[in-house]
Design a protein. Structure first.
Length: 133
């Protein structure tokens, strides 16, 4: 009914964190940049990957719930909030399915980070071996 809200809230939090990290980086001096050019994806970009995964899933789920009539274009927007019994069921779904989807998406993002780290390490080691040759 409203399971998409949990990943959407996590996406909002990651968006705010990504913007804060980007602002902090622009405030720091660029004189402190690494002299050696190494392949490195900034963490703020990696955090945007998580945001995109979460928002994409949330939008698809929102459309699915809209299609099935669980979301309506008038207040209170969620049909489950019209009576207390449905509200309890909605909150239970958010606590189980919503949290599970958010955690699974975050775990997949963690695997993506691991793969990105391996690729960065290989690219940097290849670049260092070329410089030494």
């Amino acid at each position: 009914m409203a399971c998409f809200i949990v990943p959407a809230v996590e996406a909002i939090v990651t968006t705010v964190a990504s913007k804060a990290i980007e602002n902090k980086k622009t405030e720091t001096s660029y004189a402190a940049e690494v002299v050696n050019e190494q392949v490195k994806i900034p963490f703020s970009r990696k955090l945007r990957w998580l945001t995109n995964l979460l928002l994409g899933g949330s939008v698809l789920l929102m459309f699915e719930h809209l299609w099935h009539g669980e979301i309506v274009p008038w207040f209170p927007f969620l049909t489950a909030t019209s009576n207390p019994q449905d509200t309890v069921e909605m909150l239970h779904e958010m606590a189980t399915a919503g949290v599970t989807m958010a955690l699974l998406t975050t775990a997949i993002w963690g695997v993506m980070l691991l793969v990105a780290h391996i690729v960065e390490t290989k690219a940097n080691s290849a670049e260092n071996s070329e410089d030494n040759a």
